[in-house]
Structure formats: C-alpha cells, structure tokens
Design a binder for this molecule. Structure first.
Ligand SMILES: [Fe+2]
Length: 225
C-alpha cells in the first residue's frame, strides 16, 4: 500500500523519494517547532492566537471536511470522511470550540476574523475546486496538525486563566485515528482518481499552512488593505 503513497516521478516536488505522509508530518513538525514560547507571549498575544484559531475552526472545519467528501470519487474513501463528519456533528465540536474560546476570554472579534480573512478565503476557494487527492491530503495535514497543536492551545488557554479543556482534550486524542484514516483514504483515491502529474499535490497543504501561520503570528502583510 505504501507504494501508492509515493510521489509520482513527474512531480515538481523535489522530495520525490520521500513518502507523502512523511513529508506531511515534516511540514507539521516544522510548524509545531516554530510556535512561539507561550511564556514569552503577552496576554493579548495569547488571546489573539486562540481567537484567530477559533475564527477559522469553529465555522470551517466541517465545511472543509464536507468539501473533501464532495471531492472524492472513491467509494472506499467516503466512509472515512463520513465517520469524521458524524463525530463533528454528533458531539457538536463547533459548540465545544466556542465554549473553549469563551472560557479563555478569547472569543473572536471582527479584527480577529479579518486577520485570517485572506488566507481563509484562499483555502475555501482551493477546496471548492473539488480535487479529491489534494483535498484529502490537505485534511490529513489539518488533522495531524490539530492533534499536535492541542497541548500548545491548552497551555495558552490555561495561561489566560481557563480550566475549560474539553476541546483540546478531545482533539489531542481522537484525531490520531482521523489522520491515519485520511492517509488511507488518500491512498485509495490516488489509485482510483490520480492527480494530474503537473499539479502539486501539496498545494492545499501549503495554503493551509499559510493560514495556520497567520493564526499564530498574525503577520501584518497578510491583513486585507
Ligand atoms: Fe473536531
């Protein structure tokens, strides 16, 4: 099964000898390593990270996963995504996210929502192209990142005086299975509905990474004029 997860030789990506999950985990690990030390951050900086994360996740995670469901052609990939969506809806993860932000006094303001506006729009439009393989990889990356980011997010909230940790507790554990499942779905989809060799399979991963960097660093140059 691993061979189906190798980069095609024609790919523009230089790391063609490394498997796609390995490369994806590499992007995640680099992101996690770049996170600012929570004790060095001001209270407003900590609030901002939680608020921008919430501005993206609360209303978009289910949307992104639904877009991915619409994009996949493989019947075998669908149940893996549906499983994920069922859990999101049944356990009301957006409500859990909102509770987490409110308890940390970090419910997103208009400026928090606008700070992520441009990068979020790029990810939405990208997923709207309904490219099964690229969307699945983007969501595998997202799940993998979220799982590793939870301890950091919980630290930020604790430093803001919050004890409401259901969101970070739930997502630090269950998303390990989700990430593996999405990589399995990716492998199936690549076999059935392969990506055009001229396209970069990591396109969505990089767009989502930019969005996450804006959540964490709120770079001024990404703000709308
Ligand atoms: Fe969730």
């Amino acid at each position: 099964m691993n061979t189906t997860l190798r980069m095609p030789h024609q790919s523009k990506n230089h790391l063609s000898d490394t498997s796609i999950p390995q490369q994806t985990y590499g992007v995640i690990d680099n992101l996690i390593a770049s996170l600012p030390d929570t004790v060095q951050l001001s209270s407003e900086e900590r609030r901002g990270i939680i608020a921008r994360y919430t501005a993206v996740l609360e209303g978009n995670f289910i949307y992104f996963m639904t877009a991915t469901l619409l994009a996949v052609q493989s019947e075998d990939a669908r149940p893996i995504i549906l499983d994920n969506l069922h859990e999101e809806v049944r356990d009301a993860h957006p409500a859990m996210m909102r509770r987490f932000a409110i308890a940390a006094h970090a419910f997103p303001t208009a400026s928090d929502a606008l700070a992520v506006h441009e990068d979020l729009t790029k990810v939405r439009l990208f997923l709207g192209r309904l490219s099964g393989v690229q969307s699945l990889l983007t969501m595998a990356f997202f799940e993998g990142f979220i799982q590793k980011f939870m301890a950091y997010l919980a630290n930020l909230a604790a430093a803001q005086g919050s004890v409401e940790m259901e969101y970070t507790d739930v997502h630090g554990v269950c998303d390990v299975e989700h990430t593996d499942g999405l990589f399995r779905a990716l492998s199936v989809e690549m076999a059935l509905n392969p990506l055009d060799a001229k396209k970069d399979i990591f396109e969505g991963v990089y767009l989502l990474r930019n969005l996450i960097e804006t959540i964490v660093f709120n770079r001024v140059e990404t703000l709308p004029a």
